[in-house]
Design a binder for this molecule. Structure first.
Ligand code: MLT
Length: 407
């Protein structure tokens, strides 16, 4: 019989969101015709911006002509999209990131997992706790950890707690880690990192020859002008960071799929005593394992940077951020302790009466018919917290708040 990858057997629980779906299905089968409001997974609900749709329609028509038809595209993404990203997301903010350093992909979730392909197995790894579960689970799946303890922490991974006591700011470690995952604006807590905080991380990484995997999928939701949108706004970061970005949340591409990863040309790793550049390894990996994002979708992503596209995505982002504000103000007025939801589309709520996260999940599901995400699903330090997503219609967010406040 075929042998399986036994690392998968170490995984503590099903992936968080399928587990939530399972519970909802179970609840719905016993409670038919219930009007459930889903503020769980951060999946967008508003239509794709018109500029993106128009560009995609035009691209489809082009593909229907002899001259406009395209087969395989470049594995790294079309040059015009990479140039647009470089110009609009980086050069405009003073970050010296060239088109060549941008790899277009089908998602940040995939990229933040696949990056492990080019990194050694013996790196010392640190994640925050709570954390986006993909970073942890993919390290488990690829055999970079031992078993989990009762708290769900895997041997071989180090967890840096972020909680209300430290203002959801991970302390710079005293020991040396080779690989550090950071996500700002943070999923799940909604916290952001100041320029000074990011500069401290870059200083740490440079002093310790560490690599920072920086997930900036939610950068578009930053309202405070003093908060950096990219790790590359910090001097020296090109020597120690990779950044993941996405069109999923800012432009509603969760179903359409388009994202990108930035790997600076100067970024080095080590193979024994030799220095190796990570850009070349990732390029090699993508050329072998990936055939690129469809032409049509990349044209849609390019339209995000058009004049109309920019107006439309700003409207989309502020629509969701108004939802976040509605969630925050209603729950705060009702006596909940609410974090985040100011520069991020997630509200991170302390559960009432010290309820545990899954009990609060079941309580909200049954009593308010509202779905959220239990904080403990993001790590042991998330226990006693609960995440509500601002991605839903105004009507649903308002209805959900009325129901929760009434409880
Ligand atoms: C979340 O709810 O945490 C996100 O939707 C996950 C993701 O973007 O993959």
């Amino acid at each position: 019989m075929v042998q399986v990858n036994t690392n998968y057997l170490k995984l503590k629980a099903g992936y968080l969101f399928p587990e939530i779906s399972r519970r909802i299905k179970d609840f719905s089968s016993k409670n038919q015709n219930v009007d459930l409001i889903r503020l769980g997974i951060g999946d967008v609900t508003e239509p794709l911006p018109l500029a993106c749709r128009d560009a995609m329609k035009a691209a489809i028509e082009e593909m229907g002509t002899e001259e406009g038809f395209r087969g395989y595209g470049p594995e790294q993404g079309y040059q015009w999209l990479r140039e647009s990203i470089s110009k609009n997301d980086y050069l405009s903010r003073g970050c010296d990131i060239s088109a060549e350093e941008i790899f277009v992909s089908d998602g940040s979730k995939c990229d933040s997992s696949n990056i492990l392909d080019i990194l050694g197995k013996d790196n010392k790894i640190a994640v925050t706790d709570p954390v986006y579960p993909v970073y942890v689970d993919t390290n488990v799946m690829t055999g970079r950890t031992g078993e989990a303890n009762l708290a769900g922490e895997y041997q071989g991974l180090s967890y840096i707690p972020i909680n209300s006591e430290n203002g959801f700011e991970a302390a710079i470690p005293k020991e040396k880690f080779d690989l550090i995952y950071l996500c700002f604006p943070n999923n799940p807590t909604g916290a952001v990192a100041t320029r000074e905080q990011l500069a401290s991380w870059v200083k740490y990484a440079k002093e310790n020859n560490s690599l920072i995997l920086f997930d900036a999928a939610y950068e578009a939701f930053i309202k405070d002008d003093s908060i950096p949108h990219s790790i590359f706004e910090i001097e020296g970061s090109k020597d120690c960071a990779i950044e993941f970005r996405s069109f999923s949340k800012n432009a509603g591409f969760t179903g359409t799929r388009c994202a990108f990863t930035v790997i600076p040309r100067c970024l080095k790793g080590q193979a024994g005593l030799e220095e190796v550049d990570l850009w070349s390894l990732w390029n090699r990996r993508q050329s072998t394992k990936f055939n690129g994002v469809s032409y049509v979708v990349q044209r849609g992503a390019e339209a995000v940077y058009s004049k109309e596209g920019q107006i439309q995505i700003k409207k989309l982002v502020s629509f969701y951020m108004d939802n976040a504000q509605i969630i925050k103000s209603n729950l705060t007025a009702a006596g909940f302790e609410v974090f985040g939801a100011v520069n991020a589309p997630y509200a991170w709520i302390k559960t009432p009466k010290n309820m545990n996260s899954w009990d609060f999940f079941d309580f909200l599901l049954e009593k308010a018919n509202v779905v959220g995400t239990p904080g403990s699903g993001f790590g042991a330090a998330g226990e006693g917290y609960f995440r509500l997503s601002a991605f839903n219609s105004r009507e649903n967010v308002e209805k959900a708040m009325k129901r929760i406040v009434k409880l």
